[in-house]
Write a protein that binds this ligand. Structure first.
Ligand SMILES: C[S@@+](CC[C@H](N)C(=O)[O-])C[C@H]1O[C@@H](n2cnc3c(N)ncnc32)[C@H](O)[C@@H]1O
Length: 244
């Protein structure tokens, strides 16, 4: 199945006209940044490519921490918001399935809440492999379908699925499937599960009502290591081997 790019752009352009795209609390955003820095083992001043950057929430937070970032997204309007906020960052309007960068030119790639928008992420993973330098690293983070809340609220097979605030293309990911897409593209891949990423906003009014309950469970229930597989977000990360 292919991604419907026009619907994706229309959805996110529309979002940009009403608000910035910033769904997590500041604390959650900082936890995401810390996790990215740890999994990528970022050197000070590293150069990063942020794929699916939207309005550049994470691009800007990373730039503020001294990294040199380029943000890339399909939605020109979300990129416009990012450019207004931080003119110093380069934002590129392009498709992650055809990256406008030379092969072996990038040290670090972040796929920020992007993979779950791609019905088949194979082409994107191949592009990440192509642009990464040998020993370059990537990390993707996405909602985890093994998490009961993500499954019940966001998976189409759930009786409680809500289509509010989501594109037709998206659904939470299965960690092993995402790992397998990256390994098939030639990259090493491991999963790291993160809880306590509190949402400040969800589109459905009913879900918004129970958001404090979700946020409470998310930061308490899945703390135990043996439940980590079920945490709400999965970070898939790895390296491009120097010799294949
Ligand atoms: C869930 S949003 C994440 C935005 C931002 N990274 C964040 O976490 O706040 C997913 C983003 O991926 C972008 N996107 C989806 N498919 C894409 C594609 N094929 N190429 C480039 N960007 C894409 C969308 O336009 C959207 O901005």
């Amino acid at each position: 199945m292919q991604q419907d790019k026009q619907k994706e752009v229309a959805f996110f352009d529309n979002l940009a006209s009403s608000q910035e795209y910033n769904v997590f609390t500041d604390e959650a955003n900082n936890k995401i940044i810390h996790t990215l820095e740890t999994l990528l083992a970022l050197e000070p001043g590293a150069r990063l490519l942020d794929l699916g950057c939207g309005s550049g929430i994470f691009t800007q937070l990373l730039q503020a921490r001294g990294y040199h970032c380029v943000g890339l997204d399909l939605s020109q309007k979300l990129l416009g918001l990012g450019k207004q906020q931080t003119p110093a960052i380069d934002y590129v309007q392009a498709d992650v399935e055809a990256l406008p960068f030379a092969s072996e030119s990038v040290d670090y790639v972040i796929l920020s809440c992007l993979v779950h928008h791609l019905p088949n992420p194979k082409r994107c993973a191949e592009e990440v492999f192509r642009v990464l330098k040998p020993n370059g690293k990537y990390v993707a983070f996405d909602p985890n379908r093994l998490n009961p809340f993500m499954y019940l609220y966001r998976d189409r097979s759930s009786p409680f699925y809500s289509s509010k605030g989501v594109t037709e293309n998206e659904r939470p990911v299965l960690p092993k499937q995402v790992q397998s897409v990256f390994t098939q593209a030639g990259l090493e891949a491991a999963s790291h599960f993160v809880d306590g990423l509190a949402f400040r906003y969800v589109a459905s009014g009913a879900a918004r009502g129970i958001l404090p309950i979700y946020n409470f469970f998310d930061r308490t229930f899945f703390r135990a290591q043996w439940l980590s597989l079920f945490r709400a977000f999965v970070f898939t990360y790895g390296i491009k081997p120097a010799v294949i």
